[in-house]
Each structure stands twice: as C-alpha cells, then as structure tokens.
Design a binder for this molecule. Structure first.
Ligand SMILES: Cc1ncc(COP(=O)(O)O)c(C=O)c1O
Length: 319
C-alpha cells in the first residue's frame, strides 16, 4: 500500500496541545531522528455507519504496551493509558473522522543536540489518519524468507516498536518486494521463523494453529493475541506457541500474517511454493471473518476490545 500524503490540516496532539499537522514539526537535531530513540504504536479504529460510531480496537492494551515498552528506552510518557485513550477519542472527534482510522502514538528522546547519550528530555505525539487496507490483494499474499535476520532481543528488543529497529523491517520488506514477494518472513539468528516485517505469522498444520513464541524475537502482537483468543473460543482450535522451522512453511496447510495494519492477511505462496492448496484456507477464512465481526462491534462477547469514539463522548457529557 502506498498511502496518500496526509491532509496538512489534520489535527494532531503535539507538545501538549492540539495543532494542525503542518505545524507539528521537530528540530533537525532531535535525538530520536538521529539515533532512532523513539517508540511508537499502531492502533486501528473502524467506523460502523449503522451505529454511526468509530471503534478503537484494543486501545487501552496498546497504550499499556506502549508505556511499558517506552520504559525499555527509559522514555517517560507522563499520562495514564486510560487518559491516552480518552485523548485519542477526542482527537478523532476533533477531526470528525467518519471512516476507518489508524492512530500512531510516538514517544521519543527530544533533546536537540549532537551525541548519543540520553537525558530526560522526552516528548510524545498522537496522530490519527484515515486509513484503508494495508494489502490490497484479495486472493492472498506471496511471502518470501529474506536474507536479513530478525534483530536479537540482546541487540534491539523487538517486543517494543522501537523506531531504530524498523530499519531491519525496511531492509527485509524491500528485499522481499524486489524478489517478487508481497511481504517478508524473518528468521532468527538460530534459523527459526520469527515474523513478518510488520506483522506476526501463524501456520495451520494438522488442524492446529501454531505461532512462534515471544522468545523468537517477535513483537508480542495484540492482533496475535486476539486471533489466539478467537481460535480457542470460537473455533475450539488447539493453539500452540512454539518455534517453527523454515521448511515447515513449505509443508503446512495454511499460513497467514496478523497485525493491526495488515489485519489477518492470508499467504498463498511462500518462497515460490504454494501454501497448502494454493488458495486461502478455511481456518484463515474463518478467523478473518470472526476478527472482522468482533472489531466492528458485531460480537457482544468482544465488546470489551472496543472503545467507541462518538458514544463515549455522549456518555461523558451526560454522566
Ligand atoms: C514487527 C511487527 N510485528 C508484529 C506486529 C503486529 O502487532 P499488533 O498486532 O499489536 O499490531 C507489528 C505491528 O505493527 C509489527 O510492527
């Protein structure tokens, strides 16, 4: 997907106030820009025309993860996760979004000077933009194992969305696309499957749903957690977190990526080999449709995943 340039009049939260995107600029010497010392998040919101509401998906958990992961870089976000969700809902209302959105919180080391040593100058911003589908392909993706290895936890921890670590993802995605694939699959230094450049990976083999464990240098995805919950509760599937060999990708029945941006993206070809029958598999299809229904507020059992942007304001006003 090649998103359009955002509207410069979009309202964003920057330096503790709402400003136009065109005014939200940083100093060219900013530490985070030179050394990658920032941590970001990605949250989706789905607009439901029937309910005339915008539902932020697992926003509280995203902010809890973000605040904890900022701690890895010793960046302080001086506001609670609940208040961040409220602020995000207000941001969406100020923009009057009536479409699906993607929210990008980012916290960073904000000193403007030369030198890698850090100090206590931290800043954060929240940006929300209209957002469509990440992958436009309806019939499934072609994935390829890349020659770049996933960064190790002892080098740059992948469980946080650390800005500098995304160079690893950019290199992998670029190699995969140049080799005719749609998305990369990383291996760890020890040769096990880790994840995609911006998403987690799942495999269906002999009726079981299998995904690499947190210790294989993955981001502990919230969509991954949602899919595991849906698989267990709705499909009664056995879900296993274990290391996956590269060659298992070639003999499994189904493969798919998960992530806030990519949602549930079926893989029908890996390293130029068909996955299973070469068509989107039935487990992937079921999970995709369950995830769609749950995140559009169509499944009451999953309403606790969702934060309604417009009706929450009504509740607050009438409370
Ligand atoms: C490297 C990487 N892995 C996995 C994911 C999926 O995480 P989540 O489902 O929490 O969005 C992302 C999300 O952006 C990511 O960047």
């Amino acid at each position: 997907m090649r998103p359009e340039s955002p509207n410069p009049n979009t309202i964003v939260w920057f330096q503790d106030r709402f400003v136009r995107l065109a005014e939200a600029n940083v100093n060219i010497l900013t530490h985070g820009l030179h050394y990658g010392t920032g941590v970001f998040e990605g949250i989706r919101g789905y607009y439901e025309p029937q309910q005339q509401d915008l539902f932020l998906v697992r926003a509280l958990e995203h902010y809890e993860r973000w605040k904890k992961n900022c701690g890895i870089l010793r960046i302080n976000v001086p506001i609670s996760a609940v208040n961040l969700v409220d602020l995000t809902a207000e941001l969406c209302r100020r923009n009057n979004f009536r479409s699906n959105v993607y929210v990008r919180p980012i916290a960073y080391k904000s000193s403007a000077r030369i030198g890698v040593h850090t100090d206590e100058n931290d800043a954060y911003a929240l940006i929300a933009l209209p957002f469509g589908q990440y992958f436009e392909k309806k019939k499934g993706l072609k994935a390829g194992v890349v020659s770049w290895r996933r960064v190790e936890d002892n080098a740059i921890p992948c469980r946080a969305k650390i800005c500098g670590a995304y160079v690893n993802s950019v290199l992998a995605g670029d190699e995969a696309r140049r080799n005719g694939h749609d998305e990369a699959i990383f291996l760890t230094e020890s040769g096990h499957v880790s994840e995609g450049a911006t998403c987690n990976v799942f495999m269906v083999r002999n009726g079981k749903l299998i995904t690499p464990p947190a210790t294989d240098n993955i981001l502990e995805g919230l969509t991954r957690a949602s899919v595991m919950e849906l698989a267990r509760r709705e499909l009664n599937l056995e879900v296993i977190e274990r290391s996956i060999d590269r060659s298992e990708l070639y003999v499994c029945d189904e493969l798919f990526f998960t992530g806030t941006a990519v949602e549930i993206a079926p893989i029908v070809q890996v390293d130029h080999r068909p996955v299973g029958s070469g068509e989107i598999g039935s487990v992937t299809e079921s999970l995709r449709s369950l995830y769609f229904e749950a995140t559009r507020a169509h499944m009451p059992g999953y309403r606790n995943w969702l934060w309604p942007v417009y009706s929450s304001a009504v509740v607050e006003r009438t409370a």
